[in-house]
Ligand binder design. Structure first.
Ligand code: OOG
Ligand code: NI
Length: 318
């Protein structure tokens, strides 16, 4: 594309072509998310303008899936793997009956892609799945019914996410409620499908004092938004180097197949600050790159961030 300053060799220009397609898909995934989640949209605008107007970098994107018959992590991961992402560590959440994998992005071939937030360095990706085999027979029956209805839908997870459609038909309200009693993650996935679960603002890449996550948290609360309080507002990894926080999900009316219209939790927005690794602590600030910082995810942090869509957090007084 015209805005890119590659060296013009055939391999670099074909890579730029696929990169631009890949980013277009992510932009659609993002715009579905922004249109359904007014809190996330407002916060992105607010942080961007308070930070001096430069575009926000995403630390990661996250998706949820049903881990059964091909509909799990792999269904969404295949798109990212095809565009150069690498599979990294697995995380386990036995009490929630969840498993997650994260994927690291390929180095960016383009520095910018006019006008969108999916620009510059590509975000990490965090994909989780419900361990469906471990659910009660009743819950399994509901989940298996909808993944069967979707038939080959799992092959088009990224497409469903970019279009903002479910790959199965809408459930009945009673089915949603039954799943929610056993797993709020399951109920969320039944009504949101492959929709983007959250984007995460990379706070250390902000220019202002909001680059410190505690200042950003204060700023978010001062502006009237509610943060997930599970285990405290700030989630800190045991090594002290990965700091995370998140809002509670917006709720939106959902029309169930039996005609009931009830609010269901949609998506939230997260903030992550990755501190410089001890071996690089003497590097001058302007020489610190992303790879000098704490990478990856943390099971203890993630366990609490999952609660951003829970009834308890969504309905709690601010
Ligand atoms: C993912 C929660 C975990 C993180 O960054 O550790 C997470 C989810 O709610 O699906 O986002
Ligand atoms: Ni996250």
């Amino acid at each position: 594309s015209a805005s890119m300053s590659g060296n013009g060799s055939p391999s670099s220009s074909s890579q730029e072509g696929s990169d631009s397609f890949f980013r277009s898909v992510l932009e659609n995934v993002e715009s579905v998310y922004l249109s359904r989640n007014p809190t996330a949209k407002s916060i992105l605008e607010l942080v961007q303008s308070a930070d001096g107007g430069e575009r926000i970098c995403y630390d990661h994107l996250a998706f949820r899936t049903f881990g059964v018959d091909g509909h799990g992590i792999d269904s969404m991961a295949s798109f990212f793997l095809d565009y150069g992402y690498k599979q990294m560590e697995e995380l386990r959440f036995p009490a929630k009956k969840l498993k997650a994998l994260w994927f690291s992005p390929p180095p960016s071939v383009s520095a910018a892609n006019g006008g969108s937030r999916i620009h510059g360095p590509l975000p990490r990706v965090f994909i989780s799945e419900l361990l469906v085999d471990q659910m009660s027979p009743q819950a399994q029956e509901i989940i298996r019914k909808y993944v069967e209805i979707s038939s080959s839908g799992y092959k088009y997870a990224a497409l469903a996410s970019a279009l903002g459609t479910l790959t199965w038909k809408k459930p009945m309200h009673s089915e949603f409620q039954q799943l929610a009693r056993e797993s709020e993650y399951a109920a969320w996935t039944l009504v949101n499908g492959y929709a983007l679960n959250h984007v995460t603002i990379s706070t250390h890449r902000l220019k202002s004092n909001l680059s410190q996550i505690n200042s950003l948290n204060r700023f978010i609360e001062e502006n009237g938004f509610k943060l997930n309080s599970e285990g405290g507002l700030l989630k800190v990894s045991p090594d002290g180097l990965l700091l995370q926080s998140s809002t509670v999900a917006d709720s939106m009316p959902f029309r169930f197949s039996d005609g009931a219209v009830e609010p269901v939790p949609c998506s939230y927005i997260e903030f992550a600050e990755r501190l410089v690794l001890p071996q690089y602590k003497n590097l001058p600030n302007d020489e610190v790159k992303e790879f000098h910082r704490r990478d990856g995810f943390e099971v203890g942090n993630a366990d609490k961030i999952f609660e951003s869509t829970s009834q308890e957090q969504v309905t709690r007084a601010a």
